[in-house]
Write a protein that binds this ligand. Structure first.
Ligand code: SF4
Ligand code: SF4
Length: 253
């Protein structure tokens, strides 16, 4: 699917590159232009006073070595190496809460710009993107195969060590507790709820057309293979279902 692009893509980027860029200048420019050419870039970067209001209100800046002001300045001044460097670690600290966007006097959205940088990191198969997304492979597999992002059987001490002692409140006899829920579709711990086959097939089309699957392939080829197998099976199931419906219709006539 082709997307419209931003109006701000330049022919020449004049930022000086140090004597030892981490990757060749051409690669730095390619990455920067990918960020800059996204349609959202026009809306999310309008200038920068360097006032720091975004950083002052940013929860991620409070806990990590991360500053939305710095990210916006790197983009605004077209600091190609700085942008590349921020994509190695810093951009993954953002919580995507958009407090910054609500506060910026220029109407910038630093959180939105971080999202563009993350998408570009995935597109270029950067190691930082692979490292950050690897722990979510089970979530992605679950999402594709069941339509649910998180199912009750995934809520365990092992999967959520960062929840501390609170996880024990949830790490309960879930199978038993779920049977007590009146709706049969919720009497399972393997899915949060059952997504019907037609909806799953429609989701596959959306993920294909929007490039999500392509991105997944860049980041984790093995997971991509497993997921495409599941998708093929479900598509076959859907075809069989439709054929059964046709047969049934023929018999009824
Ligand atoms: S992005 Fe906005 S809030 Fe942040 S430093 Fe620039 S002008 Fe200030
Ligand atoms: S969206 Fe990201 S950069 Fe903006 S305030 Fe939230 S955590 Fe900070």
């Amino acid at each position: 699917m082709s997307h419209a692009t931003s109006t701000r893509v330049q022919q020449h980027i004049g930022d000086p590159v140090s004597g030892k860029p981490p990757v060749p200048q051409a690669k730095l420019e390619e990455i920067f232009k990918d960020i800059q050419s996204d349609l959202r870039y026009d809306h999310e970067l309008n200038g920068c006073l360097n006032c720091g209001i975004c950083t002052a209100t940013c929860p991620a800046a409070h806990y990590y070595d991360f500053s939305p002001r710095e990210i916006v300045q790197l983009l605004w001044t077209e600091n190609l190496e700085g942008v590349y460097d921020a994509m190695q670690e810093k951009i993954w600290a953002c919580a995507q809460c958009y407090t910054c966007a609500a506060r910026c006097p220029f109407g910038n959205s630093p959180g939105g710009l971080v999202m563009l940088m993350r998408e570009t990191a995935i597109k270029h198969g950067m190691q930082s993107a692979k490292n950050v997304l690897r722990p979510f492979s089970r979530v992605m597999l679950k999402l594709i195969s069941t339509g649910n992002q998180l199912s009750p059987d995934m809520i365990t001490r092992d999967h959520f060590p960062d929840w501390g002692p609170n996880v024990s409140k949830i790490d309960a006899p879930l199978k038993l507790l779920r049977q007590a829920i009146p709706m049969p579709t919720l009497n399972t711990t393997a899915t949060a709820w059952e997504v019907n086959l037609k909806t799953s097939i429609e989701l596959y089309t959306i993920w294909e057309e929007t490039g999500v699957l392509k991105q997944l392939e860049t980041i984790d080829e093995n997971l991509f293979d497993v997921i495409t197998d599941i998708m093929d099976e479900k598509r076959e199931d859907w075809k069989d279902f439709l054929a059964d419906q046709d047969d049934q219709g023929g018999k009824d006539e």
